[in-house]
Ligand binder design. Structure first.
Ligand code: NAI
Length: 296
């Protein structure tokens, strides 16, 4: 199966941590990219930030200056969803909420061409459920990137019950063309990585609540002795507690309240406080100062 043509338009909906990373990679791979976010100015700001990342890559000799200019020019912020109508692929990276995603895809279906592929970057919500109310559920597929998108090679290509195999194969080939290492997966709760990783977060949160050790110690142990690239608390701070908590809630609900996946009250409190991790300047650690300090 062939990847999307390089000159085809890719729309990215949601310009947060994931959407901006996806836009950065798609534009660097040759696509015209339309970036949309409901927060006024967010898509335009994200494109300014992506431009800075390209500039840094040029400085480090990892991207040519002309290539960076071209990639930057391919990125266009749009203010209305209607402006993505020429997209061949839409990648959704909005809030991790089933109803919000369903509404977005229902709106998109009345805007885009019949051949346009609709992809969701959901971490944990059933791809089957997101697609269920569409007129053409067979064109919706999961295209699940990992954070930070430009650095992480893995992409889970997730088929719901109705997903057309040709759609999943095109997205798989497109991820490869973007320099990624995709894997096919079925729409099970948490898919592969988020399912396997749930106990990593849950047990670490329980250990912290039981006072076994503080967050920096637990992180250091898992990094230095466990061989993990990041400890569980620094990783949750990177992912965002709102996102990580929603994923746990959705896996927990999907398995009928299985206690192994019980969400953490401590993490709920971080979300309640707006201490979402790196993106809000504070989570288990503080960010933005000279030092990263533990605060929980
Ligand atoms: P984020 O909070 O950084 O960004 C979400 C963006 O979507 C915000 O800018 C928000 O204004 C915008 N938005 C919300 N509703 C919208 C709508 N209806 N239309 C357009 N824009 C809307 O979130 P993040 O971390 O980028 O996550 C986005 C999605 O990617 C979620 O489904 C999440 O589960 C998934 N994901 C997150 C990962 C992570 O490590 N943060 C990893 C892999 C997937």
């Amino acid at each position: 199966m062939e990847a999307l043509a390089k000159d085809s338009v890719v729309a990215v909906i949601g310009s947060g941590a994931m959407g901006s990373g996806i836009a950065q990679v798609a534009a660097a791979s040759g696509h015209q990219v339309r970036l949309f976010d409901t927060r006024a100015g967010a898509a335009a700001n994200a494109i300014i930030e992506i431009g800075k990342v390209y500039a840094k890559l040029v400085e480090k000799g990892r991207m040519g200056a002309a290539e960076a200019d071209l990639a930057r020019e391919r990125l266009q912020p749009v203010n209305t969803l209607g402006e993505v109508k020429d997209a061949a692929l839409v990648v959704e990276a909005i809030v991790e909420n089933l109803e919000a995603k369903r509404k977005l895809f229902a709106d998109l279906e009345s805007i885009v061409d019949a051949r346009c592929i609709l992809a969701t970057n959901t971490s944990s919500i059933s791809v089957t459920a997101i697609a269920a109310q569409l007129r053409h559920p067979e064109r919706l597929v999961g295209m699940h990137f990992f954070n930070p998108v430009p650095l992480m090679a893995l992409v889970e290509v997730i088929s719901g019950l109705a997903t057309d195999k040709a759609v999943a194969d095109t997205v798989y080939a497109t991820a490869q063309a973007w320099g990624k290492d995709p894997v096919h997966a079925k729409s099970t709760p948490g898919f592969i990585v988020n399912r396997v990783a749930r106990p990593y977060y849950a047990e670490a949160l329980r250990l912290l609540q039981e006072g076994a050790a503080d967050a920096p110690t637990l992180d250091a142990v898992m990094r230095e002795c466990g061989g993990f690239r990041m400890g569980p608390f620094e990783l949750m701070d990177l992912i965002g507690h709102d996102v990580n908590f929603s994923v746990t809630q959705s896996v927990h609900a999907a398995y009928y309240g299985d206690q192994r996946f019980t969400p953490s009250v401590l993490q709920q409190e971080l979300v309640n406080a707006g201490f979402l991790g790196r993106k809000s300047g504070r989570g288990f650690y503080r960010y933005g100062d000279d030092a990263v300090k533990p605060v929980v």
